[in-house]
Design a protein. Structure first.
Length: 273
């Protein structure tokens, strides 16, 4: 079995015990950005992976969701943000740099621009990881969408007068949580193998949620963000996939399907005993 993991600190609460050997895992771990993992899973190079929510919608015929496992927020996400030199309502026909690392964040930003802020910017896809922030500052733009550790780092710089947390904007708009990422398995993957990976992920998550202090210390070493910020970040994320999360996820998919951006369909889950 080959299991994908995002290299950002937001995955620490799910993978922390696996990384430390505290929960056995009968799979090879493959680390990448959300977009890289999306494409590897769809290509058949991974059996199970965390992926952008929108990519599940686009490839639902080939994938099944792992139950009770996601990365979501019910309010501020903190690590998915639009940094802007002007108010969002003034971005019509302006250049917005959009991270190449997350298709879900880009799709959400496009929805917010069109439906909430009533603007149609010119989007330019860019690499926007932590090591790219200095180079990004020199590109011509009015705003930039950044995710993951890089978003936490850019927020600390206070380089832009306006910052829009996309999780918070979605909550204000719909009243629902937003699911950024889910775990999925390829259809045809051995159910018992995928099931064992699912059990290991759930066990590791249980350990992680009980050791957020320890994970926050590791996050500081990984990305240089203050410990208090890392801990607040972890505590603001939800790693479950219950009814309220599914309501937010299906509402997001419904809006995308109405615009023809994803196929209209239903969520299908891996069968577990």
């Amino acid at each position: 079995m080959r299991l994908g993991r995002i290299g950002y600190i937001n995955c620490y609460p799910v993978y922390g015990a696996l990384d430390r050997g505290l929960v056995p895992l009968a799979a090879k771990l493959v680390t990448g950005t959300p977009v890289e993992l999306n494409d590897l899973l769809v290509a058949g190079e991974l059996d199970v992976s965390v992926i952008s929510a929108v990519e599940y919608a686009r490839h639902a015929r080939d994938l099944v969701l792992l139950p009770d496992l996601a990365i979501s927020c019910d309010g501020p996400a903190r690590s998915v943000a639009l940094f802007s030199r002007r108010p969002a309502g003034q971005l019509d026909n302006r250049t917005v740099l959009a991270t190449a690392s997350s298709r879900t964040a880009v799709a959400l930003l496009e929805l917010l621009c069109r439906e909430v802020w009533k603007v149609r910017p010119h989007f330019a896809q860019v690499r926007a990881e932590g090591q790219d922030l200095d180079a990004l500052a020199h590109l011509p733009h009015e705003a930039v969408l950044v995710i993951g550790d890089a978003a936490l780092l850019l927020a600390a710089r206070r380089a832009y007068p306006h910052r829009y947390d996309l999780g918070e904007e979605w909550k204000r708009w719909t009243g629902l949580p937003f699911v950024f990422a889910v775990w999925a398995a390829r259809r045809g993957t051995a159910a018992n193998g995928a099931g064992r990976v699912h059990e290991a992920l759930l066990a590791s998550r249980a350990w992680g949620l009980e050791h957020l202090d320890l994970l926050a210390e590791a996050a500081v070493r990984a990305c240089g963000v203050p410990r208090a910020t890392c801990l607040e970040y972890f505590m603001g994320l939800d790693y479950a996939l219950g009814y309220k999360h599914l309501a937010g996820l299906t509402d997001f998919f419904r809006r995308l399907a109405a615009d023809g951006l994803v196929p209209d369909g239903s969520l299908q889950f891996l069968h577990v005993a």
